[in-house]
Structure formats: structure tokens, C-alpha cells
Design a protein around this ligand. Structure first.
Ligand code: NAG
Ligand code: NAG
Ligand code: NAG
Ligand code: NAG
Ligand code: NAG
Ligand code: NAG
Ligand code: NAG
Ligand code: NAG
Ligand code: NAG
Length: 887
């Protein structure tokens, strides 16, 4: 019965449609409404069954043709939820179906094949899913198709473009489509544009330039590959091409920029290689040029200055050299310039000041020299000025206060001297202010306290002096390593520094360099100390005399000592291996009080606390105060051990420079390495910052992949040296990222080697208590104390994984969850999704190289020690990986 009645309705409907039967269309629309389960804005209240109202005029979002048939349904941004009723296929004149910005689920019903009049379908931004319906390819009149921002998956059916001779625009972007782009797309003779961006489409780009009228192409963020610049130069009519974030390779052809209508050109984040080439001809319409994050080399093309309409120039993260192009100041429309992370050198051109629309100038990590031009203050609209990581000198321009819109000012890591201009405090919109690692001196202006939008402030590593004003978003680390700063939040109280005349103050400070020797809080007076200086490295006096011993009688000096109780005399012996250290006794002895002071702690290791000691003339050394002597039983043994280590020299080892021994205190002196530990660089503390204006380039961009690889290689060489070139071999047994220090060029300097005798006596209790290297210890060492060079290989392997993933060896993402890095990476690699664990901060790397290093990391952390490679083999493998990249 039911079947029959349905059939009858259908017959009546088809027969009667030519009689303007609007009642039936009303019923169809009410069925559409019936399928809606949520209508939060009551959009469909006007869709009612009262028959005397003309639906063409009363139904919200419904439009009719002159004959009175529904020809458009336009309901957008109305958050309707529900499914699309198949009944809609009864609207025989429907031309436009626009439903973007709703929450429709399910798929487009097959019945819609009957909507042969359909001219435009826009169901963008819904929750539709399933395969892309093939019947759409059979709709003969379709001009515009937009299925973007839904959950469609599977391949794009080839039949979608079967009869698309009239289609003008297709968007399938932001779905989950896989497979390749069907070759049949070239059937679409009238296609002006297509947008397949943000899917997981693979394969090659078909011969799209066979489509004569193509203007707009976006395939951004897919997995397409191949040499596209064989094809693209044939599309002379292109105005917008976005092939960013794919795996395309080959050489970019800038000839395309000369196409008359070209306005937007984005090839960023691919694997394009080779010289960027010159720009001979540039379109009058070109506004956006983004070729960032590829492997392009050669000079920044000077012909770029021919692109008179260019608004955005982004060539960041390539291998470009040469200088900032002459004539850039004539490109009047420029508003964004990003050239950072290249090898560009030369000066910052004065003419940048001519760019009155400039909003972003980002030239970080180049080799720029000279001064920051005063004229930059003419760029009144500037929001971001980042010239960090160069070799700029001179002072901060005094007229930056004219940049009233500035939000980001990043000058860190340069050689800027002079003082901080107080009028920086007038830059009231500033959010990010980093002046660290320069040569700034003088006080910190109190006016900076006015900057109430700051989310990041850093002036560390300068020579600033005086009282620290109260500044938003700052902490002790914002001010650290300015020896003459005092007050909160540093622990140096100001009155201590301010007593005495200026000259005395300087002297007191410069000589307070020291090593001294306060262990507990016991202070005392009148103890004499005899220091024995062994200036072994200085061959100034008698030739080859074994050891010259200079003894100082210091009866007038007061010293603090733990042996205070009995008022006895403490004898200490100081031995220096290095010529470059001060040898004058006063330099070492001087500050009888301040010494190994909490402010100067730079690390706490398994065998002791490490301090930085400063000397006059800018020399620093690291001083490790031993907490335990481990298995060392006598002074002779101590001296023998350290003496042996002092003789080692390798570019990737932090060298030992001497020691101090007394009955109450033992110090090991070693090279001071300025850029901190690998751990500190990989896992920086997170600063709160606003999301709006800041780009990711303000994270720790210092550790790019090239540097990380160098660090891996350097560390491997150091370990290989210890294992193979030292007789007897030296085992490290405490390899971890906190023991890998980074010098000013971010090369690795392994520290803490050869101290295994100093480690607390190894037993399983000792391991857990002292050996704070959780996650790095080889299983056989942890379980049965079986010591071999392969223990180092294991720990080294964990460091490799840390370098690739940016994660700590053991993390606890939530309370009950523990993530062991090695196991995590292994799992991901096995499921073929290795790239999921790459450090997200890495850019512009060779994926294959990361995967190989990751595999090496897993190889090194094999359970069975015999199966791990030796360190010498690791070095060879890394060099192979490296050469694979160069060729
Ligand atoms: C639709 O809503 C979204 C989000 O609420 C908004 O971004 C968009 O501009 C709206 N579209 C139109 C055409 O109003
Ligand atoms: C579909 O609607 C969205 C939202 O307004 C719009 O951006 C898009 O251009 C439309 N697609 C077509 C093909 O008209
Ligand atoms: C996309 O599809 C893949 C499998 O084809 C699936 O694993 C993944 O969850 C999908 N992603 C989304 C966002 O639907
Ligand atoms: C450029 O655009 C204009 C106007 O849209 C058009 O007439 C012309 O044919 C286009 N040029 C090319 C080379 O396609
Ligand atoms: C170019 O595409 C990338 C993604 O591939 C995007 O992040 C970037 O903003 C685009 N550049 C421009 C100028 O739109
Ligand atoms: C720039 O790099 C290219 C190749 O990458 C090289 O041939 C050229 O000598 C370099 N130029 C300068 C000035 O370093
Ligand atoms: C800075 O602005 C002031 C007034 O706003 C103006 O007098 C001065 O000339 C400007 N300085 C520069 C270098 O442009
Ligand atoms: C800053 O450095 C420049 C050269 O780099 C030098 O000429 C100038 O005197 C220095 N200024 C100060 C205040 O030290
Ligand atoms: C800079 O700020 C100070 C006080 O914060 C104010 O007195 C001065 O007028 C400001 N200068 C300019 C040029 O706005």
C-alpha cells in the first residue's frame, strides 16, 4: 500500500510540475525542514504549511523564478543541523543551492542527480562526509561547485569531471581527500579556478595548463610531488598560484612572475632547489611572492625591484646569499619583507626608510653588518622589526619612538652598544622586546616600566648596570648575565654595590672573580690560606722544569673555610692547565667573600654544582664544585685523574683547565661554553605571549636542523675520540643533553667526561639516587651495572631522538601517563608515521635526513648492547647521511 501511494505521489508530482503546482514544492520544502533537528536562530520559522501565503515571498532563504518555481535556496551561516532530504530532488527548477556555514551531516543524496538544472552548489563549511558523489559529474549545467570544509574522504572520482565543459570553479579544499588529482580535470574547458588545498592528495599535478582559461590554482598543503615547473610556465593566464606546503621539487622558474595577470605566487615549504635565478620581467600586478622554506641558493634576485606592486616578499629559510637588493626602497607598496635564515650579508640599506607602508621587516639570522639605519623610523606603520642574530653594531637608533605602532622589536644577538634609549618607553604598543646578547651598557630606563602590553622582555647578556626598574613580563632570566645590575628580581642587593666610590666599586667587582670557598654559612676571620699555584702551562721560566711552584704566603688575607671550628690553617693547591687564564694570585684570591655565589650557578650535575667565574678582561670559566669524590681515595689519585683529563684536546670536548684541591673543597675548572646546554636550548621555558602578532619565528629558532645535525655529529666525534683515541679508553657514562654544551657557533662541546670515578659509587641505589639521567641510562647498566662503551652509545642514541623530536627522554604529558621517548618513536616509525614526531619547531629540513637520524637513534638504543654500533661507526653513518644530503 505505502509503496503504491509513494509511487502515486511521484507520478502526480512529475506530471503536474508543469502546472505550477507550488503546493508540492511547499511540501518538499517542509520535508527539508522536517529533517532539520536544530535551528538555533529560528531561520526556518517562516517555513509554514499555511497555504494562502506565497512561499516565494514568505519562506526565508527561498527564491523563485518568474514562473513561480523555486530556483534558489540560500541559507548560510544559519547553523542548521540535520541531514539533506532526498525530497529536494523534486524541485525541478532549482539552480542554486547555497548552504554554507551550517551543520549538515551525511552526504548529498543520490536523488539530487535529478536536479539537472543545478547551476551552483555551495555546501562549504558543513559536516558532510563520505566519498565525493560521482553523480555531480553528470549534472550538465553545473558552473560552481564548493564542497570545501567538510569531512569528505577517499579519492576525487575521475567521473567528477566527466561532463564539466561548463564548470568554472571547483573547491574541494579542507577535506580529507587522498589519491591523486584525476587527469580528467583537463576536460573542464571553461575552468577558471580550482582549490584542492588542505587535503592529503598525492602524486603529480596533471597537465592543468591544457585548460585554456585557468587563472586560479591552489593545492596548498597536500603531499603532491614532482617537478611542477615543467608545467606551470605554460599557464600564461595564471593570476593566483599557491602550491605551498607540498613535496614538489626541481628548480623554480621565476619566468612565471612575468605573466601579465600574476598577482599571487606561493611556492613556500616545498623542496625546490638550485639557484633562484634572476627576475627578468615582473608583472605589474604581482602583489605576493612567497618562496620561503625551500633550499634555494644564489643571490637574492635584484630584478625583484621590477615588481612595482609587490606587497609581500618572503624568501625566509633558504640558502640565499648576496645582499639585500639595491633599489628595494623603490618598491613603494612593500609591506612585508622576510628574508631571515639565509646567508645574506652586507648592510641594512638606508633606503628601507622610503617604504612608508612597511609593516614587517624580518631579517633574522643573516650575516648583516653595519648599523641599524636611523631612517627606519620613517616607516611609521612598522609592527615588527626583527634583525636578531646578525653582526650589527652601533647604537639603537634614538628615534625609534616615532614607530608608534611597533609591537615586536627583536635586536637580540648582535653587537649593539651604547645605552638603551629611554624613549623606547614611548612605544606603548610593544609586546615583544628582546635586546639580549648585545654590548649594551648603562642603566635600564625606568620608562620601560610604562610598557604595559609586554609579554616578553629580555636584556640578558649585556653590560647593563644599576638598579632594575619594575618591568612587565620580566623575571630574573630577563636580566641575567649583566654583572652590574642589581635589585629585584636578581638576588644581588643594590646597597652592596653602591657603597664606596665608583672606582673602588669597579675594582671590588672585577677582582671578586674568584674561587672561594665557602661551603657552609660559617664565616670566619683570620685564617691563612696558602695557595700553591702550579703554572704548568706557562713555560716562561726555566725550560722544561717539571713543575714550577709559586707559593704565596697570605697571612694578611681573610678567608672563609669550613674548618673554621678549630681555627686551623687550610692548605689548597691550585693547578692551571691553560695559559689563557689569569695567573696572578690576586685575581684568584681577591674577593674574600663573594665567590661561588648562588647567582653564578649555571648547572647542577651528578658530581657537583657548576658556577661561572668571571675574570678581568672578559674571561670566564666554569667551576665545578665537587660534592663527592666517589671512588677517589687520595689527593694523588685526584690529581692524576684530572691531570690526565687536562691533557685531552678535541674541538668537541669542553676542555679541563685546572683544579683546586684542599681537604675541604675540590674544584674542577673547565672551559666556559657560552650558549648553555643542549637541554636548555631544546626545552626552553615557555614565555607567555599573545598569539595575535607574533609569528613562530620567535620561538627558539636558533636550533635549526643544520645546527642540530652538527651537534649530533660533534658529540659523536667527541665520544668516538674518548672511546678510541684515548689509551686507556675513557667512558663517559653520563651522556645526556645537559652535558652537551653549545659554543657561540652552536657547535657541541661535550662536558663531564672522564669523571666516572667521581660518580657516586655505582649500585642500583646510587643510580636511582644520584644519577639523574633518567631515560638515558642503558638498560644493562641500570639493571646489572654492566659497564661498556655501549652504555654511552645508548645514551647518545637517546640524545639523537631528543634532537629530532624536541622531546625530553621521559615526559609525563598527564598525571597517569609516562611517555618514554625511545618507545614512542619506535612505535611511530613502525606505523609509518615517523614524521608525526618531528619537532614542530623545525623548518626547512630534509625529511629523509631526519628519518635516518631517527633510525640511527633507535639503532643506538637497541636493547642488546652487542647490536649497537660503536661510536666510530656512528660518526661514519652520520657523515654518510650528510653526504646523501649534499649530493
Ligand atoms: C559566517 O560565519 C563565520 C563564523 O561565524 C564568519 O567568519 C563569516 O564571515 C560569516 N560569513 C558571512 C558571509 O557572513
Ligand atoms: C561558497 O561560500 C563561501 C562562503 O561564503 C565562499 O567563500 C565561496 O566562494 C563560495 N563558493 C563558490 C563556488 O561560490
Ligand atoms: C583522514 O583519513 C584518514 C584515513 O584515510 C584517517 O585516518 C584520518 O583520521 C582522517 N582525518 C580526518 C580529520 O578525518
Ligand atoms: C588578464 O586579465 C584580463 C582581464 O581580466 C584579460 O582580458 C586578459 O586576457 C588576461 N591576460 C592573460 C594573458 O590571460
Ligand atoms: C604561502 O603558503 C604558506 C603555506 O604553504 C602560508 O603559510 C603562507 O602564509 C602563504 N604566504 C602568503 C603570502 O600568503
Ligand atoms: C652564492 O652562492 C652561489 C651558489 O650557491 C655561489 O656560486 C656564489 O659564489 C655565492 N656568492 C657569494 C657572494 O657568496
Ligand atoms: C619623529 O616624529 C616627530 C613628531 O612626531 C618629528 O618631529 C620628527 O622629525 C620625527 N623624527 C624622524 C627622524 O622622523
Ligand atoms: C659602539 O661601537 C662603535 C663601533 O662598533 C664605536 O665606534 C662606538 O664608539 C661604540 N660606542 C660606544 C658607546 O661604545
Ligand atoms: C614619551 O613619554 C614621556 C613620558 O612617558 C612623555 O613625557 C613624552 O612626551 C613622550 N614623548 C613623545 C614624543 O611622545
Amino acid at each position: 500500500m505505502r509503496r503504491v501511494s509513494h509511487f502515486l505521489i511521484w507520478v502526480i508530482f512529475t506530471l503536474s510540475s508543469s502546472f505550477s503546482d507550488s503546493i508540492t514544492e511547499r511540501e518538499i520544502l517542509l520535508k527539508f525542514k522536517d529533517n532539520i533537528i536544530e535551528d538555533p536562530y529560528n531561520t526556518l520559522v517562516s517555513w509554514v504549511s499555511i497555504e494562502d501565503e506565497d512561499l516565494c515571498n514568505s519562506f526565508n532563504g527561498v527564491f523563485c523564478n518568474p514562473e513561480g518555481f523555486v530556483d534558489k535556496i540560500v541559507l548560510w551561516n544559519t547553523s542548521l543541523a540535520g541531514t539533506l532530504t532526498p525530497a529536494l530532488s523534486g524541485l525541478t527548477s532549482l539552480r542554486v543551492l547555497t548552504l554554507f556555514g551550517n551543520r549538515f551531516t551525511g552526504n548529498l543524496p543520490l536523488d539530487y542527480l535529478k536536479l539537472q538544472t543545478l547551476w551552483k552548489i555551495n555546501v562549504s563549511s558543513n559536516a558532510l562526509s563520505g566519498l565525493i558523489p560521482e553523480f555531480i559529474g553528470d549534472l550538465p549545467n553545473l558552473r560552481f561547485l564548493d564542497l570545501s570544509k567538510n569531512g569528505f574522504f577517499g579519492e576525487i572520482p575521475s567521473s567528477l569531471f566527466k561532463f564539466c565543459f561548463k564548470t568554472k570553479f571547483v573547491s574541494l579544499s579542507h577535506n580529507n581527500l587522498s589519491g591523486s588529482i584525476p587527469k580528467s580535470i583537463v576536460n573542464c574547458n571553461d575552468l577558471i579556478g580550482f582549490d584542492f588545498s588542505y587535503n592529503v592528495i598525492t602524486g603529480l599535478l596533471p597537465r592543468i595548463c591544457d585548460i585554456p582559461v585557468l587563472e586560479f590554482v591552489s593545492v596548498r598543503r597536500n603531499v603532491l610531488s614532482g617537478d611542477v615547473f615543467e608545467e606551470i610556465p605554460k599557464c600564461k593566464g595564471l593570476s593566483h598560484i599557491d602550491i605551498g606546503s607540498n613535496a614538489f621539487d626541481g628548480v623554480v622558474s621565476l619566468e612565471v612572475l612575468g605573466f601579465k595577470n600574476m598577482t599571487y605566487f606561493n611556492v613556500s615549504r616545498n623542496k625546490f632547489i638550485g639557484e633562484i635565478g634572476e627576475i627578468v620581467d615582473c608583472s605589474e600586478s604581482l602583489e605576493f611572492l612567497d618562496a620561503s622554506s625551500n633550499v634555494l641558493s644564489g643571490n637574492v634576485p635584484n630584478g625583484i625591484t621590477g615588481c612595482k606592486s609587490l606587497k609581500l616578499l618572503d624568501l625566509e629559510s633558504n640558502r640565499l646569499n648576496g645582499s639585500v637588493p639595491v633599489g628595494i626602497g623603490t618598491m613603494e607598496k612593500l609591506s612585508v619583507i622576510r628574508l631571515g635564515d639565509n646567508f645574506i650579508d652586507g648592510m641594512l640599506p638606508q633606503e628601507l626608510g622610503n617604504l612608508e607602508y612597511l609593516q614587517v621587516l624580518n631579517l633574522h639570522n643573516l650575516n648583516l653588518i653595519g648599523e641599524i639605519p636611523e631612517d627606519i623610523s620613517n616607516c611609521r606603520l612598522l609592527l615588527e622589526l626583527d634583525v636578531s642574530g646578525n653582526a650589527l653594531e652601533g647604537e639603537i637608533p634614538k628615534n625609534l619612538l616615532n614607530l608608534t605602532n611597533l609591537e615586536i622589536l627583536d635586536l637580540h644577538r648582535n653587537r649593539i652598544n651604547g645605552s638603551i634609549p629611554p624613549n623606547l618607553g614611548n612605544l606603548s604598543r610593544i609586546q615583544f622586546l628582546d635586546l639580549s646578547e648585545n654590548l649594551l651598557s648603562g642603566p635600564i630606563p625606568f620608562s620601560l616600566g610604562n610598557l604595559n602590553r609586554l609579554t616578553r622582555f629580555n636584556v640578558s647578556y649585556n653590560n647593563l648596570s644599576g638598579v632594575i626598574p619594575k618591568i612587565q613580563a620580566s623575571g630574573a632570566s630577563s636580566f641575567s648575565n649583566n654583572p652590574f645590575l642589581c635589585g629585584d628580581p636578581l638576588e644581588t642587593p643594590c646597597n652592596a654595590l653602591r657603597t664606596g666610590s665608583r672606582s673602588r666599586k669597579t675594582k671590588a667587582l672585577s677582582t671578586s672573580v674568584i674561587i672561594v670557598i665557602v661551603a657552609a654559612a660559617v664565616i670566619l676571620v683570620g685564617i691563612c690560606l696558602v695557595l700553591v699555584l702550579n703554572l704548568r702551562a706557562r713555560k716562561r721560566r726555566k725550560k722544561r722544569s717539571e713543575e714550577e711552584i709559586v707559593t704565596f704566603d697570605t697571612t694578611t688575607t681573610t678567608m672563609a673555610s669550613t674548618e673554621s671550628g678549630n681555627g686551623g690553617v687550610t692548605f689548597g693547591k691550585l693547578v692551571l692547565f691553560s695559559k689563557s687564564l689569569p695567573s696572578k694570585y690576586e685575581d684568584w684570591e681577591a674577593g674574600t667573600k663573594a665567590l661561588l655565589d648562588k647567582d653564578n650557578i649555571i648547572g647542577i650535575g651528578s658530581v657537583g654544582t657548576v658556577y661561572r667565574a668571571y675574570f678581568e678582561g672578559g674571561v670566564s670559566i666554569a667551576v665545578k664544585k665537587l660534592e663527592t669524590l666517589g671512588r677517589i681515595e687520595s689527593q694523588e689519585e685526584f690529581e692524576q685523574e684530572i691531570g690526565r683529563l687536562g691533557g685531552l684536546s678535541h674541538p668537541n670536548l669542553a676542555s679541563f683547565q685546572g683544579y683546586y684541591f684542599s681537604s675541604t673543597m675540590q674544584l674542577i675548572l673547565s672551559e666556559f661554553v657560552p650558549n648553555g646546554s643542549l637541554y636548555g636550548n631544546l626545552h626552553p621555558r615557555i614565555f607567555p605571549r599573545t598569539s595575535s602578532s607574533s609569528s613562530s619565528s620567535h620561538g627558539n629558532t636558533e636550533l635549526n636542523w643544520h645546527r642540530r645535525f652538527q651537534i649530533a655529529l660533534g658529540t659523536a666525534k667527541a665520544l668516538s675520540f674518548l672511546h678510541n683515541d684515548c689509551k686507556p679508553a675513557i667512558l663517559h657514562l653520563n651522556v645526556k643533553s645537559t652535558n652537551i654544551l653549545l659554543d657561540e657557533r652552536y657547535e657541541a662541546k661535550l662536558s663531564d667526561y672522564g669523571l666516572e670515578k667521581f660518580l657516586p659509587v655505582l649500585n642500583s641505589f646510587g643510580l636511582t639516587k644520584f644519577h639523574n639521567a633518567v631515560g638515558y641510562i642503558a638498560p644493562e647498566l641500570a639493571q646489572s651495572l654492566r659497564v661498556s662503551d655501549k652504555c654511552d652509545v645508548y645514551s647518545y642514541g637517546v640524545v639523537l631522538l631528543e634532537l629530532v623530536t624536541g622531546r625530553k627522554p621521559v615526559e609525563s604529558p598527564s598525571a597517569n601517563e609516562v611517555l618514554i621517548l625511545r618507545d614512542h618513536v619506535r612505535d611511530l616509525l613502525e606505523t609509518g608515521s615517523a614524521s608525526d614526531c618531528f619537532d614542530r619547531r623545525l623548518r626547512g629540513f630534509e625529511e629523509n635526513e631526519l628519518i635516518q637520524v631517527m633510525k640511527l637513534g633507535l639503532f643506538c638504543t637497541t636493547e642488546n648492547p652487542l647490536k649497537r654500533p660503536s661510536m666510530a661507526e656512528v660518526v661514519q653513518i652520520l657523515e654518510l647521511i650528510r653526504n646523501g644530503m649534499d649530493s
